[in-house]
Design a protein around this ligand. Structure first.
Ligand SMILES: CC(=O)N[C@H]1[C@@H](OP(=O)(O)OP(=O)(O)OC[C@H]2O[C@@H](n3ccc(=O)[nH]c3=O)[C@H](O)[C@@H]2O)O[C@H](CO)[C@@H](O)[C@@H]1O[C@H](C)C(=O)N[C@@H](C)C(=O)N[C@H](CCC(=O)O)C(=O)O
Ligand SMILES: Nc1ncnc2c1ncn2[C@@H]1O[C@H](COP(=O)(O)OP(=O)(O)OP(=O)(O)O)[C@@H](O)[C@H]1O
Length: 488
């Protein structure tokens, strides 16, 4: 792209030096600079991209976007802006020609359920034989091929790159997990959503947002950022059973459709819910009539997730029959109340619950399938929101036996994590075992035939982060191995 044309995305800037004619790429990481690229210096939490500008130039960058004049020599063009975080969003959207305008974009925000809802949406698309993309905690899924990503909501540049790739691959739809960090830090600049979905808002991430008010406000940005252009066919999908929905409805002029189980005013309401052995069924009451739905996903929380996806498809013009046909074939979402297949005499589930609300919902979801006692293993991360820890254990106390452990301890002491958790326990039937592999083995040790174990907190992840290193880890593999030694 012509450098001048690209820079027209930045109305307020000072240019020092002579601009090259063309820009081959935009990069924010000096380690991935290509010849003739534009390097944008981003101030991070750990390091400052301004300190890597010279490296970027050595690697071939010919324009540097910076917040201050840098000693880079006269031959390098420097574009000085007030805020490079903001600039990178504007530049990336321009460079990739605003790709989100060309495909249906569905953003999903909320404390719990984002991975599940986006996964359900992509599986429905797949079942309908349509190409789609997904970005979120699990990575970037482009038509079934998974690429790694560092964040639930990636930085502004990667976000535009992913949408562009989805467009070039012929995807009709892209669904994105929209985290509160992503919204607060401007990672979604230039993303034009068609449908914005809200799952729920409960305690998490207060280390970053400070208060629930701030956290809730950050999530609300998704709805206000839909804009005011009512010629566009945009929709907001809100959970009628969550009080925050009223506030989010007020933040947008677009049609708001609600779903839920409890609130009778919900536009799409699930009633007559039945939890059978490894399948769930319910009626959906909606303006067109009542539809019976059967699905393989387990637990009440998955009824919410499926309803949210259903409303999004209906809003985009799909018939209820075609949506339900796909829902009936949905595979389980990876690591979310996913049954571990084994020949052991205990039922085991892998789950990703790592907030108080998700733990409560996971235990509720298990009730219909429970025969013996429920052993609930739960871990939380080190160096992250500590205030949620006692509340997590309080909710875990609904299980007969609880094992308190870690998920990614990072730099924090095992004992400091498990003792914070233990403060919330409501009964004495629990053990604190910081080493997660040991904790999993202990779950098998105390299990008797007929019992159920839920391993919560790691979900789909196949690693544990200890200090800053990822070590391979699988709750399921450790449990099966320990179970074979004990039971077989
Ligand atoms: C606190 C935080 O959000 N940190 C994010 C931030 O990292 P950072 O500030 O440490 O960045 P940095 O590594 O210091 O780098 C600063 C700049 O220097 C550049 N650099 C760096 C090194 C070098 O050699 N050359 C170079 O050019 C980097 O490319 C970058 O542009 O920028 C990185 C790149 O975009 C993110 O991956 C990283 O997220 C980390 C992994 C993280 O854990 N973030 C969490 C808090 C987060 O955002 N979570 C949310 C919610 C998840 C949920 O809902 O559960 C999420 O959306 O993931
Ligand atoms: N709609 C829901 N309401 C409450 N809890 C839910 C809901 N959906 C899933 N859960 C619980 O939360 C856990 C995480 O689900 P999911 O990964 O879909 O959420 P998420 O919002 O993507 O979380 P994260 O961003 O941390 O990955 C699940 O394993 C389950 O225990």
């Amino acid at each position: 792209m012509y450098a001048e044309e690209l820079l027209s995305a930045l109305p307020l800037k000072k240019i020092i030096g002579v601009l090259p004619d063309q820009v081959s790429d935009i990069v924010v990481d000096s380690r991935s600079v290509q010849p003739n690229s534009m390097f944008v210096c981003i101030k991070g939490y750990t390091v400052d991209g301004h300190d890597y500008a010279q490296k970027a130039v050595d690697g071939g960058a010919t324009i540097v976007v910076t917040e201050r004049k840098l000693p880079l020599g006269e031959s390098i063009a420097q574009v000085i802006v007030k805020d490079t975080d903001r600039a990178v969003g504007l530049l990336a959207a321009k460079f990739f020609d605003y790709p989100s305008k060309d495909i249906t974009m569905i953003g999903v925000t909320g404390t719990n359920g984002k991975t599940s809802v986006t996964g359900i949406i992509q599986n429905i698309m797949h079942g309908m034989g349509e190409k789609s993309a997904l970005s979120g905690t699990i990575g970037f899924n482009l038509n079934g091929i998974l690429y790694e990503s560092a964040n639930t909501t990636s930085d502004a540049l990667s976000t535009q790159q992913m949408i562009f790739r989805a467009k070039m691959e012929g995807c009709r739809l892209m669904t994105m997990e929209v985290s509160s960090h992503g919204l607060a830090l401007g990672r979604l600049a230039g993303v034009d959503y068609d449908v914005a979905i809200f799952t729920n808002l409960t305690h998490d991430h207060l280390d970053f947002h400070g208060t629930m008010e701030e956290y809730g406000h950050a999530k609300g940005l998704l709805f206000s950022q839909l804009g005011q252009d009512l010629e566009k066919n945009k929709f907001v999908v809100l959970n009628a059973d969550d009080a925050w929905s009223e506030r989010y409805a007020a933040m947008t002029p677009f049609p708001v459709w609600t779903y839920g189980l409890k609130n009778e005013t919900a536009d799409f309401r699930a009633i007559n819910c039945e939890y059978h052995d490894y399948m769930t069924s319910f009626d959906v009451e909606m303006p067109e009539g009542i539809y019976r739905v059967k699905m393989n996903l387990l637990g009440e929380f998955n009824i919410y997730n499926v309803l949210a996806a259903m409303v999004a498809f209906y809003a985009r013009g799909y018939s209820m029959e075609s949506i339900i046909e796909q829902i009936e074939q949905l595979p389980p979402v990876k690591g979310r109340m996913e049954k571990v297949c084994s020949d052991l005499p205990v039922q085991m589930f892998i789950d990703y619950a790592h907030t108080p609300d998700a733990i409560e919902k996971a235990i509720e979801a298990a009730q219909p399938y429970k025969k013996g006692k429920l052993i609930f293993l739960v871990g939380t991360g080190g160096n992250r929101d500590k205030t949620k820890r006692p509340a997590m254990a309080e909710k875990a106390s609904a299980a007969e036996y609880v094992i308190l452990t870690t998920d990614d301890p990072r730099y924090e002491d095992y004992d400091s994590i498990t003792s914070d958790l233990a403060k919330g326990m409501l009964h004495d039937n629990y053990a604190c075992i910081g080493d997660r592999a040991e904790a999993v083995r202990h779950a098998i040790e105390v299990a008797e035939p007929g019992d159920m174990i839920i391993f919560a907190g790691k979900g789909h992840e196949d690693y544990q982060i200890i200090e800053n290193t990822k070590f391979p880890h699988s709750d399921a593999e450790i449990a099966i191995e320990a179970g074979r030694l004990k039971f077989v």
